[in-house]
Design a protein around this ligand. Structure first.
Ligand SMILES: NC(=O)c1ccc[n+]([C@@H]2O[C@H](COP(=O)([O-])OP(=O)(O)OC[C@H]3O[C@@H](n4cnc5c(N)ncnc54)[C@H](OP(=O)(O)O)[C@@H]3O)[C@@H](O)[C@H]2O)c1
Length: 289
């Protein structure tokens, strides 16, 4: 299901996108077992290998799929995961969802074993609530390790992490927030508002891409365009810059890209900084969405 969410790219396109990303200063990539049952992991590693890239010039973060599985599968499937990654080390291993059949304590015990045995270098979670993240942090600490990240949806149109204690707890515990869907799956690029693009794949059936919901965010897109003109960048870059410039300095963004142009634009968001008044304008505009 998840693997079919986006159109399949040719291996040439994947190589070109990865190449462009690396050339533009990106040095880590997020993937998951669930993205095509290893297909995304294989495609990414093949692209990196074809480019003769190796650590520390790039790092891979991947995820274990926990649904209907117990924590024992974390250890039982690690060799297979590494095989899918064509020899690439797992710098960050994340629990994709908080829906394993095992307790968080048992999952963290298995993560600690993987860390101790050198199969993975860092452990993280994804889609965990503040309470679940804190429980995972404490459980892993009991084994002498730190939980480094929680990957959650965070963008100008979805700021729940600011109000549900996730961001606050992450700041307290020193956990990095990895913002997924940082462009709201492309909505924040503005291309769907002006009718410049039509949603592809599953997005066709997603109400967020219908006119009624797009109308509700039109004022944010207008502001992104205005600020984009000021900084001579596109709306996507402004939306990404707002995220990575979070005052906590705890937020990273992982925008997807289906072309080298998108990869270039998105990476360029790291090359400049919104002024505090422009940042504040976005803070206030998006709150009223
Ligand atoms: N942990 C989780 O549960 C979870 C869930 C979702 C995603 N993720 C991770 O987060 C990553 C990114 O999230 P996402 O793909 O959902 O959303 P996103 O990054 O907000 O949007 C990515 C899509 O927007 C379009 N786009 C990107 N940059 C653009 C640009 N500069 N100009 C115009 N269009 C642009 C592209 O699609 P088109 O060209 O087709 O329009 C691209 O695939 C994923 O790759 C995945 O690693 C994790």
């Amino acid at each position: 299901m998840i693997g079919k969410f986006w159109p399949t790219l040719s291996s040439t396109s994947i190589h070109d996108i990865v190449h462009t990303a690396l050339d533009s200063g990106i040095n880590w990539f997020d993937t998951a077992q669930a993205y095509g049952g290893g297909q995304s992991e294989r495609a990414l590693s093949d692209a990196l290998n074809a480019l003769n890239i190796s650590p520390p010039d790039a790092f891979i973060a991947t995820k274990w799929w926990p649904v209907l599985r117990s924590s024992r599968s974390l250890e039982a499937t690690i060799t297979h995961r590494l095989k899918q990654l064509r020899g690439w080390p797992i710098t960050l291993y994340q629990i994709h969802q908080p829906y394993s059949r095992s307790t968080i304590a048992l999952q963290m015990k298995s993560m600690a074993i993987l860390l101790d045995q050198g199969f993975i270098q860092c452990a993280g979670v994804s889609n965990f609530s503040a309470a679940q993240m804190t429980e995972a942090y404490k459980a892993l600490r009991a084994h002498g390790h730190s939980l480094v990240s929680n990957q959650v949806r965070y963008n100008l149109l979805d700021r729940r992490v600011e109000n549900n204690d996730i961001l606050l707890a992450a700041e307290d515990l020193g956990i990095t927030i990895i913002a997924y869907s940082p462009l709201a799956q492309g909505i924040l690029t503005g291309k769907f508002h002006g009718g410049l693009a039509k949603p592809r794949g599953f997005r066709k059936w997603d109400p967020r891409f219908r006119t009624a919901q797009l109308d509700q965010s039109a004022h944010i897109i207008r502001l992104l365009h205005t600020l984009g003109e000021k900084y001579q960048v596109g709306p996507a870059e402004v939306a990404l810059n707002w995220l990575i410039g979070h005052p906590s300095q705890r937020v990273m963004a992982i925008p997807g890209a289906t072309s080298t142009t998108q990869a270039l634009q998105n990476a360029h968001a790291m090359q400049w900084t919104l002024s505090s008044s422009d940042r504040s304008a976005l803070d206030h505009t998006s709150i009223s969405a």
